[in-house]
Design a protein around this ligand. Structure first.
Ligand SMILES: Cc1cc2nc3c(=O)[nH]c(=O)nc-3n(C[C@H](O)[C@H](O)[C@H](O)COP(=O)(O)OP(=O)(O)OC[C@H]3O[C@@H](n4cnc5c(N)ncnc54)[C@H](O)[C@@H]3O)c2cc1C
Length: 401
Protein backbone atom coordinates (compact mmCIF):
# COMPACT_ATOMS: atom_id res chain seq x y z
CA UNK A 1 0.00 0.00 0.00
CA UNK A 2 1.40 3.37 -1.02
CA UNK A 3 0.61 6.46 1.06
CA UNK A 4 0.62 9.78 -0.80
CA UNK A 5 0.58 13.06 1.11
CA UNK A 6 -1.14 16.25 0.03
CA UNK A 7 -2.99 19.18 1.61
CA UNK A 8 -6.41 18.79 -0.03
CA UNK A 9 -8.01 15.91 -1.91
CA UNK A 10 -10.96 16.99 -4.06
CA UNK A 11 -13.23 14.13 -5.13
CA UNK A 12 -14.75 14.77 -8.58
CA UNK A 13 -13.60 16.71 -11.63
CA UNK A 14 -17.01 18.21 -12.34
CA UNK A 15 -17.46 21.98 -12.59
CA UNK A 16 -17.43 22.40 -8.80
CA UNK A 17 -14.40 20.22 -8.04
CA UNK A 18 -12.33 21.81 -10.80
CA UNK A 19 -13.34 25.34 -9.76
CA UNK A 20 -12.30 24.57 -6.19
CA UNK A 21 -9.01 23.01 -7.34
CA UNK A 22 -8.24 26.04 -9.52
CA UNK A 23 -8.94 28.55 -6.75
CA UNK A 24 -6.90 26.57 -4.21
CA UNK A 25 -4.07 26.15 -6.71
CA UNK A 26 -3.98 29.91 -7.28
CA UNK A 27 -3.23 30.27 -3.55
CA UNK A 28 -0.42 27.69 -3.80
CA UNK A 29 -2.33 24.93 -1.94
CA UNK A 30 -1.25 21.38 -2.86
CA UNK A 31 -4.35 19.70 -4.29
CA UNK A 32 -5.07 16.27 -5.70
CA UNK A 33 -8.27 15.90 -7.76
CA UNK A 34 -9.51 12.31 -8.05
CA UNK A 35 -12.04 11.64 -10.81
CA UNK A 36 -13.67 8.27 -11.42
CA UNK A 37 -14.19 8.79 -15.16
CA UNK A 38 -11.20 8.79 -17.49
CA UNK A 39 -12.57 11.80 -19.40
CA UNK A 40 -14.82 14.83 -18.81
CA UNK A 41 -18.37 13.57 -19.36
CA UNK A 42 -20.11 15.41 -22.25
CA UNK A 43 -23.67 14.58 -21.24
CA UNK A 44 -26.31 17.31 -21.44
CA UNK A 45 -26.60 18.96 -18.06
CA UNK A 46 -26.23 22.64 -17.14
CA UNK A 47 -26.42 25.06 -20.03
CA UNK A 48 -27.11 28.39 -18.31
CA UNK A 49 -24.45 30.58 -16.69
CA UNK A 50 -25.76 33.46 -14.58
CA UNK A 51 -24.11 36.91 -14.33
CA UNK A 52 -22.28 36.46 -10.97
CA UNK A 53 -20.76 33.17 -12.13
CA UNK A 54 -19.43 34.86 -15.26
CA UNK A 55 -17.97 37.64 -13.09
CA UNK A 56 -16.22 35.12 -10.84
CA UNK A 57 -14.61 33.40 -13.83
CA UNK A 58 -13.48 36.69 -15.44
CA UNK A 59 -10.27 36.82 -13.41
CA UNK A 60 -8.65 33.73 -14.97
CA UNK A 61 -9.96 34.49 -18.47
CA UNK A 62 -12.40 31.56 -18.36
CA UNK A 63 -15.47 33.75 -19.08
CA UNK A 64 -14.28 35.02 -22.49
CA UNK A 65 -13.72 31.39 -23.50
CA UNK A 66 -17.23 30.43 -22.34
CA UNK A 67 -18.69 33.39 -24.24
CA UNK A 68 -16.83 32.35 -27.38
CA UNK A 69 -18.20 28.80 -27.09
CA UNK A 70 -21.70 29.89 -26.07
CA UNK A 71 -24.57 32.20 -26.88
CA UNK A 72 -25.40 35.40 -25.02
CA UNK A 73 -29.10 35.35 -24.09
CA UNK A 74 -30.16 38.96 -23.40
CA UNK A 75 -33.73 37.88 -22.56
CA UNK A 76 -35.74 34.90 -21.38
CA UNK A 77 -39.43 34.12 -21.70
CA UNK A 78 -42.40 32.33 -20.20
CA UNK A 79 -44.67 31.43 -23.15
CA UNK A 80 -48.13 30.13 -23.75
CA UNK A 81 -48.05 27.69 -26.67
CA UNK A 82 -49.40 27.61 -29.37
CA UNK A 83 -50.86 31.11 -28.90
CA UNK A 84 -47.31 32.60 -28.86
CA UNK A 85 -48.23 34.90 -25.96
CA UNK A 86 -45.27 35.55 -23.71
CA UNK A 87 -43.75 37.51 -20.87
CA UNK A 88 -40.18 38.48 -21.69
CA UNK A 89 -37.53 39.47 -19.16
CA UNK A 90 -34.81 41.78 -20.46
CA UNK A 91 -31.62 41.35 -18.42
CA UNK A 92 -30.16 44.66 -19.59
CA UNK A 93 -31.81 46.25 -16.50
CA UNK A 94 -29.00 44.51 -14.55
CA UNK A 95 -26.33 46.72 -16.19
CA UNK A 96 -25.66 48.84 -13.07
CA UNK A 97 -25.17 45.62 -11.05
CA UNK A 98 -23.01 43.38 -13.22
CA UNK A 99 -20.49 43.38 -16.05
CA UNK A 100 -22.51 40.54 -17.63
CA UNK A 101 -26.18 41.61 -17.83
CA UNK A 102 -27.36 38.44 -19.59
CA UNK A 103 -27.47 34.66 -19.27
CA UNK A 104 -24.86 32.74 -21.16
CA UNK A 105 -25.97 29.53 -22.85
CA UNK A 106 -23.03 27.10 -22.94
CA UNK A 107 -22.59 23.41 -22.06
CA UNK A 108 -21.22 22.74 -18.55
CA UNK A 109 -18.64 20.24 -19.89
CA UNK A 110 -16.97 23.12 -21.72
CA UNK A 111 -16.43 24.86 -18.38
CA UNK A 112 -14.91 21.66 -16.96
CA UNK A 113 -12.59 21.35 -19.96
CA UNK A 114 -11.50 25.01 -19.73
CA UNK A 115 -10.82 24.65 -16.00
CA UNK A 116 -8.86 21.42 -16.47
CA UNK A 117 -6.76 22.99 -19.22
CA UNK A 118 -6.11 26.09 -17.09
CA UNK A 119 -5.02 23.99 -14.11
CA UNK A 120 -2.75 21.79 -16.21
CA UNK A 121 -1.13 24.80 -17.87
CA UNK A 122 -0.76 27.20 -14.94
CA UNK A 123 -1.02 25.48 -11.56
CA UNK A 124 1.81 23.09 -10.69
CA UNK A 125 0.52 22.52 -7.14
CA UNK A 126 -2.64 20.84 -8.50
CA UNK A 127 -2.67 17.28 -9.87
CA UNK A 128 -5.71 15.83 -11.60
CA UNK A 129 -5.93 12.02 -11.66
CA UNK A 130 -8.58 10.77 -14.09
CA UNK A 131 -9.92 7.21 -13.88
CA UNK A 132 -9.43 6.96 -10.10
CA UNK A 133 -12.52 6.22 -7.99
CA UNK A 134 -12.70 7.08 -4.29
CA UNK A 135 -14.08 4.07 -2.46
CA UNK A 136 -13.84 5.16 1.15
CA UNK A 137 -11.89 7.16 3.69
CA UNK A 138 -10.93 7.30 7.34
CA UNK A 139 -10.77 10.57 9.25
CA UNK A 140 -8.47 10.92 12.26
CA UNK A 141 -7.83 14.09 14.30
CA UNK A 142 -4.62 14.67 12.26
CA UNK A 143 -5.59 13.75 8.68
CA UNK A 144 -7.86 11.89 6.27
CA UNK A 145 -6.77 8.67 4.53
CA UNK A 146 -8.57 8.24 1.22
CA UNK A 147 -8.85 4.82 -0.44
CA UNK A 148 -9.06 4.60 -4.21
CA UNK A 149 -9.17 2.11 -7.01
CA UNK A 150 -8.18 2.86 -10.60
CA UNK A 151 -9.62 1.40 -13.79
CA UNK A 152 -7.25 -1.58 -13.84
CA UNK A 153 -8.07 -2.42 -10.23
CA UNK A 154 -4.99 -0.97 -8.50
CA UNK A 155 -5.77 0.24 -5.01
CA UNK A 156 -4.05 3.14 -3.30
CA UNK A 157 -4.32 5.29 -0.17
CA UNK A 158 -3.84 9.05 -0.24
CA UNK A 159 -3.34 11.04 2.92
CA UNK A 160 -4.50 14.65 3.15
CA UNK A 161 -5.29 17.41 5.61
CA UNK A 162 -8.79 17.98 4.14
CA UNK A 163 -11.09 15.90 1.92
CA UNK A 164 -13.69 17.77 -0.15
CA UNK A 165 -16.57 15.87 -1.76
CA UNK A 166 -17.44 17.49 -5.08
CA UNK A 167 -18.62 14.09 -6.27
CA UNK A 168 -22.19 14.92 -7.20
CA UNK A 169 -25.61 13.81 -6.04
CA UNK A 170 -24.55 10.25 -5.14
CA UNK A 171 -21.49 11.47 -3.21
CA UNK A 172 -19.44 8.80 -1.45
CA UNK A 173 -18.01 11.54 0.76
CA UNK A 174 -21.48 12.58 1.98
CA UNK A 175 -22.41 8.94 2.59
CA UNK A 176 -19.13 8.37 4.45
CA UNK A 177 -19.92 11.39 6.62
CA UNK A 178 -23.13 9.54 7.53
CA UNK A 179 -25.32 12.48 6.58
CA UNK A 180 -28.85 12.11 5.20
CA UNK A 181 -29.70 13.91 1.98
CA UNK A 182 -32.94 15.41 3.26
CA UNK A 183 -35.71 16.45 0.89
CA UNK A 184 -37.86 14.95 -1.82
CA UNK A 185 -37.94 13.55 -5.34
CA UNK A 186 -40.64 14.98 -7.60
CA UNK A 187 -43.00 12.54 -9.34
CA UNK A 188 -42.31 13.53 -12.95
CA UNK A 189 -39.51 12.33 -15.22
CA UNK A 190 -38.17 14.88 -17.67
CA UNK A 191 -37.05 13.72 -21.11
CA UNK A 192 -34.24 15.96 -22.29
CA UNK A 193 -33.84 15.98 -26.07
CA UNK A 194 -31.16 17.69 -28.16
CA UNK A 195 -31.96 18.52 -31.77
CA UNK A 196 -30.50 20.66 -34.54
CA UNK A 197 -34.01 21.76 -35.63
CA UNK A 198 -34.11 25.56 -35.87
CA UNK A 199 -37.16 26.39 -33.73
CA UNK A 200 -36.47 30.12 -34.02
CA UNK A 201 -37.37 29.98 -37.74
CA UNK A 202 -40.84 28.63 -36.95
CA UNK A 203 -41.97 30.07 -33.60
CA UNK A 204 -42.29 33.87 -33.62
CA UNK A 205 -40.26 36.08 -31.24
CA UNK A 206 -38.56 33.16 -29.56
CA UNK A 207 -35.85 33.98 -27.02
CA UNK A 208 -32.83 31.68 -26.50
CA UNK A 209 -34.45 30.54 -23.20
CA UNK A 210 -38.15 29.72 -23.20
CA UNK A 211 -40.29 28.04 -20.54
CA UNK A 212 -43.57 27.06 -22.22
CA UNK A 213 -47.06 25.90 -21.27
CA UNK A 214 -48.92 23.83 -23.84
CA UNK A 215 -52.35 22.15 -23.93
CA UNK A 216 -50.52 18.83 -23.33
CA UNK A 217 -48.51 20.08 -20.33
CA UNK A 218 -45.24 21.95 -20.37
CA UNK A 219 -41.90 22.00 -22.22
CA UNK A 220 -38.85 24.20 -22.38
CA UNK A 221 -36.74 25.28 -25.32
CA UNK A 222 -33.16 26.31 -24.60
CA UNK A 223 -30.79 27.23 -27.38
CA UNK A 224 -27.06 26.49 -27.47
CA UNK A 225 -24.61 27.46 -30.20
CA UNK A 226 -25.31 24.45 -32.42
CA UNK A 227 -28.48 22.87 -31.05
CA UNK A 228 -31.71 23.31 -29.14
CA UNK A 229 -32.38 21.45 -25.88
CA UNK A 230 -36.02 20.54 -25.43
CA UNK A 231 -37.41 19.29 -22.12
CA UNK A 232 -40.42 17.04 -22.68
CA UNK A 233 -42.63 14.98 -20.36
CA UNK A 234 -44.26 11.56 -20.81
CA UNK A 235 -47.92 11.71 -21.84
CA UNK A 236 -50.68 10.58 -19.51
CA UNK A 237 -50.51 6.74 -19.31
CA UNK A 238 -47.18 6.69 -21.17
CA UNK A 239 -44.29 4.82 -19.52
CA UNK A 240 -40.77 6.28 -19.48
CA UNK A 241 -39.64 3.51 -21.86
CA UNK A 242 -42.38 4.52 -24.30
CA UNK A 243 -41.67 8.24 -23.87
CA UNK A 244 -38.01 7.89 -24.86
CA UNK A 245 -38.83 6.09 -28.12
CA UNK A 246 -38.10 8.14 -31.25
CA UNK A 247 -41.73 8.02 -32.44
CA UNK A 248 -42.99 9.47 -29.18
CA UNK A 249 -40.35 12.21 -29.15
CA UNK A 250 -41.06 13.13 -32.77
CA UNK A 251 -44.80 13.34 -32.06
CA UNK A 252 -44.16 15.71 -29.13
CA UNK A 253 -41.71 17.85 -31.11
CA UNK A 254 -44.29 18.21 -33.87
CA UNK A 255 -46.80 19.53 -31.38
CA UNK A 256 -44.25 22.29 -30.69
CA UNK A 257 -43.45 22.97 -34.37
CA UNK A 258 -45.20 20.84 -37.03
CA UNK A 259 -42.33 21.58 -39.46
CA UNK A 260 -39.81 19.59 -37.38
CA UNK A 261 -40.86 16.28 -38.93
CA UNK A 262 -37.35 15.51 -40.20
CA UNK A 263 -35.43 17.00 -37.25
CA UNK A 264 -32.29 15.14 -36.19
CA UNK A 265 -32.61 13.84 -32.64
CA UNK A 266 -29.06 14.09 -31.33
CA UNK A 267 -29.43 13.00 -27.69
CA UNK A 268 -32.17 11.76 -25.38
CA UNK A 269 -31.76 11.78 -21.63
CA UNK A 270 -34.51 10.97 -19.09
CA UNK A 271 -33.91 12.30 -15.59
CA UNK A 272 -35.74 12.70 -12.28
CA UNK A 273 -35.89 15.95 -10.33
CA UNK A 274 -34.96 16.11 -6.66
CA UNK A 275 -34.70 18.85 -4.09
CA UNK A 276 -32.43 17.92 -1.24
CA UNK A 277 -29.91 19.53 1.06
CA UNK A 278 -27.53 17.99 3.56
CA UNK A 279 -27.72 19.06 7.23
CA UNK A 280 -23.98 19.89 7.49
CA UNK A 281 -21.46 20.89 4.85
CA UNK A 282 -18.46 20.40 7.16
CA UNK A 283 -17.40 17.74 9.66
CA UNK A 284 -13.91 18.51 10.91
CA UNK A 285 -11.65 17.60 7.95
CA UNK A 286 -14.50 16.50 5.65
CA UNK A 287 -16.28 19.08 3.50
CA UNK A 288 -19.02 19.05 0.83
CA UNK A 289 -19.68 21.44 -2.09
CA UNK A 290 -21.98 21.50 -5.11
CA UNK A 291 -24.41 18.67 -5.89
CA UNK A 292 -22.96 16.52 -3.11
CA UNK A 293 -24.46 19.05 -0.66
CA UNK A 294 -27.59 20.32 -2.44
CA UNK A 295 -29.65 19.41 -5.51
CA UNK A 296 -32.62 21.16 -7.04
CA UNK A 297 -34.90 21.30 -10.08
CA UNK A 298 -32.97 22.49 -13.16
CA UNK A 299 -35.76 25.03 -13.82
CA UNK A 300 -34.02 28.41 -13.84
CA UNK A 301 -30.55 26.89 -14.28
CA UNK A 302 -29.14 27.36 -10.79
CA UNK A 303 -27.58 24.08 -9.53
CA UNK A 304 -24.16 24.29 -11.14
CA UNK A 305 -24.01 28.05 -10.65
CA UNK A 306 -24.72 27.64 -6.92
CA UNK A 307 -22.08 24.90 -6.66
CA UNK A 308 -19.51 27.13 -8.34
CA UNK A 309 -20.35 29.89 -5.84
CA UNK A 310 -19.74 27.32 -3.04
CA UNK A 311 -16.34 26.51 -4.55
CA UNK A 312 -15.19 30.14 -4.69
CA UNK A 313 -16.30 30.73 -1.11
CA UNK A 314 -14.72 27.52 0.19
CA UNK A 315 -11.41 28.01 -1.63
CA UNK A 316 -10.90 31.36 0.05
CA UNK A 317 -11.54 29.93 3.53
CA UNK A 318 -9.85 26.55 3.16
CA UNK A 319 -6.65 28.11 1.79
CA UNK A 320 -6.54 30.45 4.81
CA UNK A 321 -7.09 27.53 7.20
CA UNK A 322 -4.26 25.61 5.54
CA UNK A 323 -2.05 28.68 5.90
CA UNK A 324 -2.72 28.69 9.65
CA UNK A 325 -5.95 30.62 10.29
CA UNK A 326 -8.70 29.19 12.50
CA UNK A 327 -10.72 26.19 11.25
CA UNK A 328 -13.77 28.24 12.38
CA UNK A 329 -13.60 29.71 8.85
CA UNK A 330 -14.98 26.41 7.57
CA UNK A 331 -18.03 26.78 9.78
CA UNK A 332 -18.46 30.24 8.24
CA UNK A 333 -18.43 28.61 4.79
CA UNK A 334 -21.36 26.43 5.89
CA UNK A 335 -23.20 29.40 7.45
CA UNK A 336 -22.77 31.46 4.29
CA UNK A 337 -23.65 28.83 1.71
CA UNK A 338 -26.22 26.40 3.17
CA UNK A 339 -29.03 28.93 3.85
CA UNK A 340 -28.51 30.41 0.39
CA UNK A 341 -28.86 26.98 -1.23
CA UNK A 342 -32.17 26.56 0.58
CA UNK A 343 -33.64 30.05 0.18
CA UNK A 344 -32.29 31.20 -3.18
CA UNK A 345 -31.60 28.02 -5.16
CA UNK A 346 -33.92 25.25 -3.95
CA UNK A 347 -36.93 27.49 -3.21
CA UNK A 348 -36.58 29.60 -6.37
CA UNK A 349 -36.14 26.58 -8.64
CA UNK A 350 -39.12 24.86 -6.95
CA UNK A 351 -41.24 27.99 -7.66
CA UNK A 352 -40.10 27.96 -11.30
CA UNK A 353 -40.96 24.27 -11.59
CA UNK A 354 -44.38 24.67 -9.92
CA UNK A 355 -45.27 27.60 -12.21
CA UNK A 356 -44.59 25.54 -15.32
CA UNK A 357 -46.36 22.42 -13.95
CA UNK A 358 -49.63 24.40 -13.58
CA UNK A 359 -52.34 22.84 -15.78
CA UNK A 360 -55.30 25.17 -15.21
CA UNK A 361 -55.69 27.52 -18.22
CA UNK A 362 -57.10 30.43 -16.18
CA UNK A 363 -54.31 30.24 -13.61
CA UNK A 364 -51.72 30.13 -16.41
CA UNK A 365 -53.31 33.23 -17.98
CA UNK A 366 -53.25 35.05 -14.65
CA UNK A 367 -49.61 34.10 -14.03
CA UNK A 368 -48.68 35.25 -17.53
CA UNK A 369 -50.39 38.62 -16.92
CA UNK A 370 -48.56 39.00 -13.61
CA UNK A 371 -45.21 38.18 -15.21
CA UNK A 372 -45.89 40.61 -18.07
CA UNK A 373 -46.68 43.31 -15.51
CA UNK A 374 -43.45 42.61 -13.60
CA UNK A 375 -41.36 42.53 -16.80
CA UNK A 376 -42.73 45.93 -17.85
CA UNK A 377 -42.22 47.66 -14.50
CA UNK A 378 -38.52 48.66 -14.24
CA UNK A 379 -38.42 48.52 -10.42
CA UNK A 380 -40.13 45.14 -10.07
CA UNK A 381 -38.28 43.70 -13.07
CA UNK A 382 -34.95 44.67 -11.53
CA UNK A 383 -35.81 43.06 -8.16
CA UNK A 384 -37.05 39.90 -9.89
CA UNK A 385 -34.02 39.62 -12.13
CA UNK A 386 -31.55 40.28 -9.30
CA UNK A 387 -33.10 37.28 -7.57
CA UNK A 388 -33.50 34.90 -10.55
CA UNK A 389 -30.02 35.80 -11.87
CA UNK A 390 -28.52 34.75 -8.50
CA UNK A 391 -27.11 38.21 -7.73
CA UNK A 392 -29.21 38.74 -4.57
CA UNK A 393 -28.32 35.28 -3.23
CA UNK A 394 -24.59 35.76 -3.67
CA UNK A 395 -24.72 39.23 -2.08
CA UNK A 396 -26.73 37.92 0.87
CA UNK A 397 -24.30 35.01 1.28
CA UNK A 398 -21.29 37.33 1.58
CA UNK A 399 -23.08 39.41 4.22
CA UNK A 400 -23.73 36.41 6.51
CA UNK A 401 -21.40 36.11 9.49
C1 LIG B 1 -30.81 18.12 -17.22
C2 LIG B 1 -30.07 19.02 -16.29
C3 LIG B 1 -30.00 20.37 -16.60
C4 LIG B 1 -29.31 21.24 -15.74
N1 LIG B 1 -29.25 22.56 -16.06
C5 LIG B 1 -28.58 23.40 -15.25
C6 LIG B 1 -28.36 24.78 -15.63
O1 LIG B 1 -28.77 25.24 -16.71
N2 LIG B 1 -27.66 25.58 -14.77
C7 LIG B 1 -27.16 25.10 -13.60
O2 LIG B 1 -26.55 25.89 -12.85
N3 LIG B 1 -27.30 23.80 -13.25
C8 LIG B 1 -27.98 22.94 -14.04
N4 LIG B 1 -28.06 21.61 -13.72
C9 LIG B 1 -27.39 21.10 -12.50
C10 LIG B 1 -25.89 20.82 -12.77
O3 LIG B 1 -25.73 19.93 -13.85
C11 LIG B 1 -25.25 20.29 -11.50
O4 LIG B 1 -25.61 21.14 -10.44
C12 LIG B 1 -23.72 20.24 -11.64
O5 LIG B 1 -23.31 19.21 -12.52
C13 LIG B 1 -23.07 19.99 -10.27
O6 LIG B 1 -21.68 19.96 -10.42
P1 LIG B 1 -20.79 19.11 -9.42
O7 LIG B 1 -19.39 19.35 -9.87
O8 LIG B 1 -21.19 19.41 -8.03
O9 LIG B 1 -21.20 17.59 -9.66
P2 LIG B 1 -21.10 16.70 -10.96
O10 LIG B 1 -21.18 17.54 -12.19
O11 LIG B 1 -22.09 15.61 -10.79
O12 LIG B 1 -19.63 16.12 -10.91
C14 LIG B 1 -19.27 15.13 -9.98
C15 LIG B 1 -18.03 14.41 -10.49
O13 LIG B 1 -17.59 13.52 -9.48
C16 LIG B 1 -17.23 12.29 -10.07
N5 LIG B 1 -17.36 11.25 -9.05
C17 LIG B 1 -18.49 10.78 -8.47
N6 LIG B 1 -18.22 9.85 -7.56
C18 LIG B 1 -16.87 9.72 -7.53
C19 LIG B 1 -15.99 8.92 -6.79
N7 LIG B 1 -16.43 8.03 -5.89
N8 LIG B 1 -14.66 9.03 -7.01
C20 LIG B 1 -14.18 9.91 -7.91
N9 LIG B 1 -14.99 10.70 -8.67
C21 LIG B 1 -16.33 10.61 -8.48
C22 LIG B 1 -18.19 12.14 -11.22
O14 LIG B 1 -17.69 11.25 -12.20
C23 LIG B 1 -18.29 13.58 -11.72
O15 LIG B 1 -17.32 13.87 -12.70
C24 LIG B 1 -28.72 20.72 -14.56
C25 LIG B 1 -28.80 19.35 -14.26
C26 LIG B 1 -29.47 18.51 -15.13
C27 LIG B 1 -29.54 17.04 -14.80
Amino acid sequence: MCVNLTEVVVVGAGPVGLTLAMRLGLKGVRVLVLEAQDHIEKDLRASTFHPPTLELFDEQGITPRLIEAGLIAPTWQVRNHPAHEFAEFDLSVLKPHTAHPYRLQCEQWRLSEFLKAYIEEHLPSVTICMGVRVEGFVQTPERVDVQTQDRVGSKETWSCDYLVGCDGAKSVVRKGMDLDFEGQTFPETTILVATDFQFQDHLPNLSFINYCWSPQGTFSLLRLQHLWRVSLYPGVDESIDEAIQEASIRAKLQLIAPQCEAAHILQVRPYRIHQRVVRHYVRDRLILAGDSAHINSPSGGMGMNGGVHDAFNLADKLSRVIQGESAELLALYERQRRPIAIKHVIEQSAKNRARMQEKDADKRQQTLKNLQAVSQDPVRALAYLLETSMISGLRESMALT
